[in-house]
Design a protein around this ligand. Sequence first.
Ligand SMILES: [Zn+2]
Length: 423
Amino acid sequence: MSTVIDRKTKPAVENLRINGERLWASLMELAQIGATPKGGVCRLTLTDLDRQGRDLVLKWAREAGMAVTIDKIGNGFMRRAGRNNALPPIITGSHIDTQPTGGKFDGNYGVLAGIEVVRTLNDHGIETEAPIEVAFWTNEEGSRFVPVMMGSGVFAKAFTLEHAYAAKDTEGKSVKDELTRIGYVGTEEPGAHPIGTYFETHIEQGPVLEDNDKTIGVVTGVLGIKWYDCTVTGMEAHAGPTPMALRKDALQVAAKLMQEVVAIAHRHPPHGRGTVGMVQVHPNSRNVIPGRVKFSIDLRNATDQLVDKMDADIRGAVERVSKESGLPISIELVSHYPAQPFHPECVQAVGRAAEKLGYSNMPAVSGAGHDAVYMARLAPAGMIFIPCKDGISHNEIEDAKPEHITAGCNVLLHAMLERAGVA
Ligand SMILES: [Zn+2]
């Protein structure tokens, strides 16, 4: 697609804006593939529907003049050449797989916003110094195959290609077989692709932007996480004949600790989070005093130091509650994901773009994992959040406003141009 543009009609770069209607139309068209009756999308990774989604996105990329590379884990890279193609590309991307009851925007927005950036540059005949690429990462959701963020994780060498290939779904089908079946085993070695800078645009998946009535979240980083299993051991006994003073009620003791989990999060604002999401009560019978309770603890905060302070607090609480109650309590760390701050230059580029474009904005942290977390280990990375209705995602009712979709993509455009350099 080569259009001759009269230099005089070429808009100054600062006046460049994406075509919001075109982006919205593409989002709605992609959402037709795997559309659910309730208005959501079910496009599980490496299914026939995923293949159709990938095919459509790559068709759009080729129509926009982009060259396509697929790597061995099925990550796709769509490239718009720059003036100096020896420079590492400025990449944006996300994922197009969804949860079983997913929405139209989670992931899909980040990929199609990248395509829209390229279409806009084409419309106006803008050449960048560094090449620009749009990526989609395989199996970000982790719904059908574990681990989550699989494609970007292999790319960042968080785990091996063989480990990812061997993962099986509930029917016993492997990633390798399904990737082969849909025709998306590429030739490039994952991670071989250079990255100059990585940006990802995403719906917030939380309520903070909407609550603050802000259009853009300038994401400073992703929360660190520690997961624990906690077990309180008491003694089962009959609920009737056993007086209160003579009980070893594991659930009552566990309940005290559960309150502590929430209190600890409150003591570490503004980003402290504490959640007990899973409880197993033994024997789970109406008229038996619970003899054993096992529950999960999920602690999060913006820095590893703060997560460590929360860790020390919960361990202290376990010791104290155990001493007070006389019941043994074990706490075991089962997973740890370090906090991932984004690169200051990328955070600033996003903030500057939002300011320049006149969008209300605020610093934000991501409580959820994203492909950008792995990219941040390899290159300067940053994220742009836009509000989603009631902060809800991973749900068919997930919704976002067209003006926010447009705003986030405009911020992406200008942040990418700043990093790529305009020839
Ligand atoms: Zn996502």
